[in-house]
Design a binder for this molecule. Structure first.
Ligand code: UD1
Ligand code: CA
Length: 466
């Protein structure tokens, strides 16, 4: 057994995430760790948790769709915190760890191994595991759990003294071993010095012809090194996603948890809690009412007393207080101030902004445009690259013709303007404050303030009073 350390300064921690596998049981062309849970790839969940531990570095073993997996990790934790190692051929979890030999064998650190497909594990649990590993001065500490149905997992085999003996994989287990309910979560701490040394001994002598990381624990045990078991009670937290059915279960669990938290702690009403799809990162204010089939994705922030009606989808958007979103509206990357109304069937995207008391009605699309305070665009309209002032009315069927086939051009509509129904605004163009366009106008030139224009192309008809 390794001698107890003389000083008590804990070794630095390196996290190693295994994420090279395809995940055959997903029956997918997409690597398993890229499948999304709660709107983010599985690997992003694990990477975020790893980062919370503030390790020396996060190392990720990549293989299938390596570039995409690397990008997903870097997006989550930044380029500096993570390093990547290619596992050329996926020959098992032992082989995956061995790929990191050159970067970690001499690190003299504690190596915390995580699976890219175990997304719900909490940083606190991992901290406790690390603390147990370090205080026991173990060569290896395995996070284990007891499962009602352990099918598919590696079983923890104990010896006569009830001490750890070895891990047996499902596919290699005897009938008797399969009865064991204590399983390997695939999360471990290793002393780097022991780990790579023992890995060299692992052989693919099993029913899958793979190099099993799990064999390292048995090898260390045979060398009389200390192998500790760290039992964890929350099974779901340390379960892996192996099939799409499991992925859907996890999604469901997260969703129910989010809705419950918002109801109990946040004072949000859900008309039908089982049909609301709220991301963990979304914030929803008190006294909001969320109707069935509503999706609130990404880091959306919704103020107080808003009502979001059936079938609407909000993504990375911000709503003020008392905003009403009527049925089947789509709001992406947009900002809506207090007391606005949107929809039904409206589409806001790419930085659309509505000032207080603005109204966007049915079948109106607003792209990269600003709508001023109290301005209304009630029906059948496209507003793209437009800046619209306050208290203006945009008639039904108005189109900002912003695209000449090559470039996008801006439209400016100032305060107190009345755009007549079916006006075509050929951008770049400005309509001055207090002006009016008659129904069916095609506005090809700037309209001065307080002027009525009409026709095709629109001509000045009258100067209006202020
Ligand atoms: C593994 C454990 C099993 C444990 C279970 C917990 C082994 C041999 N078995 O089984 O004891 O109960 O996790 O979830 O370790 N990977 C690579 N390269 C490879 C193979 C796998 O990077 O060559 C990655 C996968 O992408 C995945 C992780 O390692 O993220 C686990 O691999 P997986 O095939 O899911 O292992 P299990 O069969 O679940
Ligand atoms: Ca797995």
């Amino acid at each position: 057994m390794s001698s107890p350390s003389i000083n008590t300064v804990p070794r630095p921690v390196n996290v190693l995430i295994l994420a090279a596998g395809l995940g055959t049981r997903m029956k997918s062309d997409i690597a398993k760790v890229l499948h999304k849970l709660d709107g983010r790839p599985l690997i992003a969940h694990v990477a975020r948790t790893a980062a919370a531990l503030q390790p020396q570095k996060i190392h990720v073993i990549i293989g299938h769709q390596a570039e995409e997996v690397q990008a997903a990790v870097e997006t989550e934790v930044g380029k500096e915190s993570a390093g990547f190692v290619q596992q050329i051929e996926q020959r098992g979890t032992g082989d995956a760890v061995l790929a990191a030999n050159d970067v970690l064998a001499k690190s003299n650190s504690t190596i915390l191994i995580l699976s890219g497909d175990v997304p719900l594990v909490r940083a606190e649990t991992l901290k406790n595991l690390l603390a147990a590993h370090q205080s026991e001065n173990a060569a290896c500490t395995i996070l284990t759990m007891r499962m009602e149905n352990p099918t598919g997992y590696g079983r923890i085999v104990r010896d006569d003294q009830n001490a750890f003996c070895k891990i047996v994989e499902q596919k290699d287990a005897t009938e008797e071993e399969r009865q064991i309910r204590e399983i390997n979560s695939g999360i471990y701490c290793f002393d780097s010095n022991n780990l790579f040394d023992a890995l060299a001994e692992v052989r693919p002598a099993n029913n899958q012809g793979e190099y099993y990381l799990t064999d390292v624990a048995g090898i260390l045990k045979n060398r009389n090194e200390r192998v500790s078991l760290f039992a964890h009670a929350d099974v779901r937290e340390v379960s892996g996603v192996n099939t799409r059915a499991e992925l859907a279960e996890f999604e469901n669990l997260i969703r129910r948890r989010n809705v419950r938290r918002l109801m109990l702690d946040g004072g949000v009403t859900f008309i039908d809690p089982s049909h609301a799809y709220i991301s963990s990162e979304a914030q929803i204010g008190r006294d909001c009412v969320i109707h069935p089939g509503v999706h609130i994705e990404g880091a959306s922030i919704i103020g107080e007393s808003c009502e979001i009606h059936q079938g609407s989808r909000l993504c990375n958007s911000r709503l003020g207080n008392r905003v009403i979103v009527k049925d089947h509206s789509l709001i992406f990357d947009s900002e809506i101030a207090d007391d606005c109304s949107v929809g039904p069937f409206a589409h806001l995207r790419m930085g659309a902004r509505m000032a207080e008391h603005a109204v966007v009605g049915n079948f109106v699309e607003v792209k990269k445009s600003t709508i001023g305070r109290g301005t209304k665009s009630m029906h059948l309209t496209y507003l793209g690259d437009a800046t619209i002032g306050a208290k203006t009315n945009i008639g039904a069927g108005t189109v900002t013709c912003n695209y000449d086939g090559k470039h996008k051009h801006p439209t400016i509509i100032e305060d107190n303007v009345r755009i007549g129904s079916d006006t075509m605004l050929i951008a770049p163009v400005t309509v001055g404050k207090g002006s009016v366009t008659a129904a069916g106008s095609v506005v090809t030139e700037d309209v001065p303030p307080n002027t009525l224009v009409a026709g095709v192309p629109a001509k000045v008809k009258t100067k209006l009073n202020d």
